[in-house]
Design a protein around this ligand. Sequence first.
Ligand SMILES: Nc1ncnc2c1ncn2[C@@H]1O[C@H](COP(=O)(O)OP(=O)(O)OP(=O)(O)O)[C@@H](O)[C@H]1O
Length: 274
Amino acid sequence: MTPRIRFENVWMTYGDQVVLERLNLTVAPGEFCTIVGASGCGKTTLLRLLLGEETPSRGRILLDGEPLPAEPGPDRGIVFQRYSVFPHLSVLGNVLLGLELRASPVTGRLFGGARRNAQGEAVAMLEAVGLGQALRKYPSQLSGGMQQRLALAQSLVMHPRILLLDEPFGALDPGIRRDMHELVLRLWRENNLTVFMVTHDIREGFYLGTRLLVFDKLRHDPDAPQAYGAGITYDLPIGQTDAGTLAEVLGRPPATSRQPPATSHQPPAPGGER
Ligand SMILES: Nc1ncnc2c1ncn2[C@@H]1O[C@H](COP(=O)(O)OP(=O)(O)OP(=O)(O)O)[C@@H](O)[C@H]1O
């Protein structure tokens, strides 16, 4: 099967600062990769490379076997910790906008049947994330959790192949975060998504991911801290990783959402149950 994403010896530098180095990574369709690492080690930079907002300084990234487009596109959706939605548009307007711009890039307006179809799609997506009762509200009238539901709907209505999540639940209360975990797992299954999610919470990473990627510097020169970038120090298929490795990474045993399978770990079939 062609990998959904493939990094081939990717480096990312800003001036003389090496942020990421020697990244080699193959991700199958339907995997849910959670990404952890120290602050400033390049996690957001990795997502921006996948989005097409940045291009690698060296190496290349392939999307379904083709070079990744050098600009953001509807096949890659992103949700940030905050500020993903447009404050001056209603909930419905936020989700409609992408559909309108895709169909009518110049005016961003749709008319007649095309507009009704787009509205139907947007409403269905908002209902799927639990915002069916809030279509006419504005983002300032929504709680933090509702704003993140809106941001998810805004991305998913474009039917992306890849969903990029940059600490999307970091600012939410624990109870709300739990609800969002269940929502994102359902959306992942229902929309055949391949997910890359940055989190500071390693337990969240274990709970949600099918695969946990740990980023850290592979080498370090105290006299030249910018000389070396981060790479993947652990690539853990969750459910198949031995207890010793997990304990080393976590400092204690993991809490995963799944029982480890007895033998091998298979990424879930897109849309399949796990
Ligand atoms: N556009 C840019 N120009 C110059 N340096 C940048 C740019 N973007 C990121 N950096 C630098 O790259 C490094 C990695 O930043 P990045 O935001 O990817 O880290 P991170 O792991 O996501 O951090 P955090 O966990 O704190 O969000 C930082 O030192 C940052 O200052």
